[in-house]
Design a protein around this ligand. Structure first.
Ligand code: MRU
Length: 351
């Protein structure tokens, strides 16, 4: 990618190589993974994270899982099913994970009666296609979404929905990047995103690298800046969007949407159609990942709360469609979001 000095994930000499996001911004180191089990663990530990990137990693992990699984068709099938099962147990909210598993399953079934090497290469090719398509879809979202960003705009974003959260370029940050590349003089407020600090660790790092002006704020400062007229629009990503347009995203997104509505600030969600789950009628049906309480009470290796205190850590919340001005997808814009508007996008250009 032009100008980009890092990559999120790729194949290299039969290994899956990914930037270790747990070490950012302090260290830029890549993990080189040889097995599906290692990839699943990297997704669970969040060495790689972000809905589309999780989908890409899962697909590559599944392809990796069949290397060295022998030639016997029954053994190959049983290994494939095992790998898909444990990959599907890594993180529950991002539907891109399950979407990627489904795509890999379709490919597996289409070549299941062919020699083992052909099966392995078909799976690997499909995982590469998922990566390439993701980057292309981010660029389409960026180009579509940049129309909402005027010259001089102040954009608020939450978590990291950037190149690091996708195959490259980003969803919400794809919109930011496209506006910047069009020559608009923009400025981004990045929420630090408690408790996992994706905004502070990743978004600030990514935007700084691209030379896009960014101001890091703590999550509880967003209302202040909105009240002062310093925020023109909010753009965030999503982990799963229900058929009615309700969108699950990183915990803290829902209160931002309430604040934006109170202040009359447009609130955009940028996500590929692979993030839309038409099987779920509303956001209330979206499974919300519960992560460990230690991620709340320990920050950067330091305990900030008394030993033994109860702490909760729902990793995502659901923003109702009514609070969303428009959903920017790779197949067009649903604005305002509704079941009909999303359905139409699937009919016109969906995958
Ligand atoms: O827990 P994470 O870091 O995987 O959560 C990521 C987010 O919430 C992103 O906003 C979302 O996945 C969209 S990524 C383009």
């Amino acid at each position: 990618m032009e100008g980009q000095t890092f990559f999120t994930i790729r194949w290299e000499e039969g290994q899956v190589v990914m930037l270790d996001q747990l070490l950012l911004p302090g260290k830029e180191e890549y993990l080189r993974l040889d097995s599906a089990e290692e990839v699943a663990e990297a997704i669970r530990r969040m060495n790689i994270r972000g809905a589309p990137a999780i989908g890409v990693a899962a697909a590559m992990g599944i392809a990796l899982g069949l290397q060295g699984a022998g030639e016997d068709p029954a053994a190959l099938r049983s290994r494939f099913e095992q790998v898909c099962r444990f990959m599907g147990e890594t993180r529950p909210t991002a539907v891109n994970l399950f979407w990627a598993i489904e795509r890999m399953t379709r490919i597996f079934e289409s070549v299941a009666d062919q020699p083992a090497d052909r099966i392995r290469s078909a799976l690997r090719d499909e995982s590469q296609r998922i990566l390439d398509e993701d980057v292309a879809s981010c660029r389409r979202m960026g180009a579509l979404g940049a129309r909402y960003v005027r010259d001089g705009a102040n954009i608020l974003t939450h978590c990291n929905a950037g190149a690091l959260a996708t195959g490259g370029y980003g969803t919400a940050l794809g919109v930011v990047r496209a506006a910047h590349q069009e020559g608009k003089r923009i400025h981004v407020f990045a929420d630090e995103t408690r408790p996992y600090l994706q905004g502070a660790r990743l978004t600030a790092w990514e935007l700084q690298k691209d030379g896009i002006p960014v101001t890091l704020i703590t999550d509880n400062m967003a209302g202040h800046f909105m009240q002062k007229g310093r925020v023109d629009l909010v753009v965030v990503g999503a982990d799963r969007i229900a058929a009615n347009g309700d969108a699950a995203n990183k915990i803290g997104t829902y209160p931002l949407s309430v604040l934006a509505r109170e202040h009359g600030i447009p609130f955009y969600v940028a996500a590929p159609l692979s993030t839309v789950d038409m099987n779920l009628a509303s956001g209330q049906d979206i499974p919300i990942e519960e992560r460990g309480a230690e991620e709340v009470v320990i920050v950067g290796g330091t305990r900030i709360a008394p030993e033994g205190v109860d702490a909760a850590h729902p990793a995502f919340d659901v923003t109702p469609a009514a609070n969303i001005t428009a959903i920017i997808t790779d197949a067009g814009i649903a604005g305002p979001p509704s079941a009909q508007a999303l359905q139409k996008l699937f009919m016109e250009g969906g995958n």
